[in-house]
Design a protein around this ligand. Structure first.
Ligand code: CMC
Length: 385
């Protein structure tokens, strides 16, 4: 890249180092702290992956037990967060609801309004804040979905792990192990993805020495957009529009003629296929079987086949996760908040990494506005001249 060359969207620009994860589009691999994400999704509970992202190592049995103890301690929806959500219109987008809830948690942590680097933001304190946020998010997401369905909230259960308890608080029923396993895999696959738009946003905010909560709130704003996290919600709207596999060809022809983007396909980094898709597709397959919904698998396969053969653009993680969350019973509007509940682990790992070796992120721009001109009648004072 030559000096002053502009790379729109920072495409291909390496802005810093990170030890949190490595994306390699050539080998179609994604490593969290060195471990292939597929291996983690097949073998670990989400809690262990959260520990890995924050600390750099998978937990010992004692460390996992300790994280689970703290997580369980902070599972209940704080009263003031519930009160703040209740003030919002029922039509508010759940992403706005979760963003507001995190803001309330931040404002209530009166030691947390300070900088990520000052005395109120030591690495230990920021780790404790990260764990508390990750522990509280399932209650926030579950409360939102139940509120929209006019259902009473469900109290957390101490005898269930993170994923099972998340489903319990959302649906008020003990979840089937097949469903817990698919959901746990999705949480692991969504947890981290290097310098994606929301993580980079969190790092920009952190670089100003703002606080951890402000960085997470900003990241939620970036995640909401359909080119990023909002795509899993958008995929489901597309599935609803198409209806069934027979309608795929006419629907796709019309969509492409209108130059619509097909949500759930394409990626800035992966051009030959998203490394997370096969694992999530396998999880979707278990759900299709569990719920006996071959129609969902038929639509999935038909759209993938038609779009890939016409455009050579492959599915990303949001393509299998959208229908998976739908089968589990989440409202479409709740899909991207589920992404928050997972990605908060990656965001906070990056916030702590940025804070640990900070440089203000402040790029340059090339001005292309009008040449210098002057306000009619303005006469510069002697000092200004
Ligand atoms: N549907 C139709 N055309 C597409 C798509 C798509 N999903 N993705 C890329 N293209 C076309 C695009 O129109 C462009 O064509 P042309 O050169 O003729 O103008 C070409 O492919 C390059 O696309 P781009 O948008 O310039 O490439 P990018 O690297 O900026 O885009 C992307 C990456 C994810 C924004 C894009 O693929 C997209 O909009 N996909 C749909 C939204 C989506 O699924 N987002 C989730 C991303 S993965 C999860 C996450 O990070 O949150």
């Amino acid at each position: 890249m030559t000096e002053n060359e502009i790379r729109k969207g920072l495409a291909g620009v390496v802005v810093d180092t990170t030890a949190v994860s490595k994306v390699n589009p050539e080998t179609n691999s994604l490593l969290y702290r060195g471990y292939p994400v597929q291996e983690l999704a097949a073998t670990q509970p989400f809690e262990a992956v959260a520990h890995l992202l924050w600390s750099g190592e998978l937990p010992s049995p004692e460390q996992l037990a300790e994280l689970r103890r703290i997580e369980r301690e902070h599972r209940a929806l704080p009263d003031n967060v519930r009160a703040a959500i209740d003030l919002l219109p029922l039509e508010a987008h759940p992403m706005d609801e979760v963003r507001t809830a995190v803001s309330v948690i931040g404002a209530s942590d009166t030691a947390g309004g300070g900088s990520v680097l000052d005395a109120s933001g030591s690495p230990e304190e920021n780790l404790a804040r990260s764990i508390r946020l990750y522990a509280a998010l399932p209650a926030i997401v579950a409360y939102g979905q139940r509120r929209r369905r006019a259902l009473d909230p469900v109290e957390p259960r101490d005898d269930l792990d993170y994923s099972a308890n998340f489903l319990w608080m959302t649906f008020g029923e003990e979840p089937d192990p097949v469903v817990v396993d698919a959901f746990n895999r999705s949480m692991i696959l969504y947890a981290e993805h290097s310098f994606n738009a929301s993580t980079f946003t969190a790092r920009v905010v952190t670089s100003t020495l703002s606080d951890l909560y402000s960085a997470v709130v900003a990241a939620i704003g970036a995640l909401k957009g359909p080119l990023h996290g909002g795509a899993n919600e958008a995929v489901m709207h597309i599935f609803d529009e198409i209806g069934s596999a027979e309608n795929v060809v006419p629907w796709l022809e019309a969509a492409l003629a209108e130059k619509r983007k097909i949500m759930g396909f394409g990626h800035r980094v992966y051009k030959k296929g998203d490394s997370r898709v096969p694992t999530m597709k396998a999880a979707l397959d278990t759900l299709v079987e569990h719920y006996d919904r071959p129609d969902v698998a038929a639509l999935y396969t038909a759209l993938e086949h038609e779009f890939v053969s016409r455009k050579g653009i492959y599915p990303n993680l949001d393509y299998p996760s959208g229908p998976a969350y739908n089968l589990i019973g989440f409202d479409t509007l709740t899909f991207t908040p589920l992404f928050i509940a997972s990605r908060v682990t990656g965001w906070t790992a990056h916030i702590m990494e940025q804070a640990g070796s900070n440089a203000l992120i402040r790029p340059l721009s090339a001005y292309n506005g009008p040449d210098e001109r002057h306000v009619e009648g303005y006469v510069a004072s002697a000092e200004e001249r």
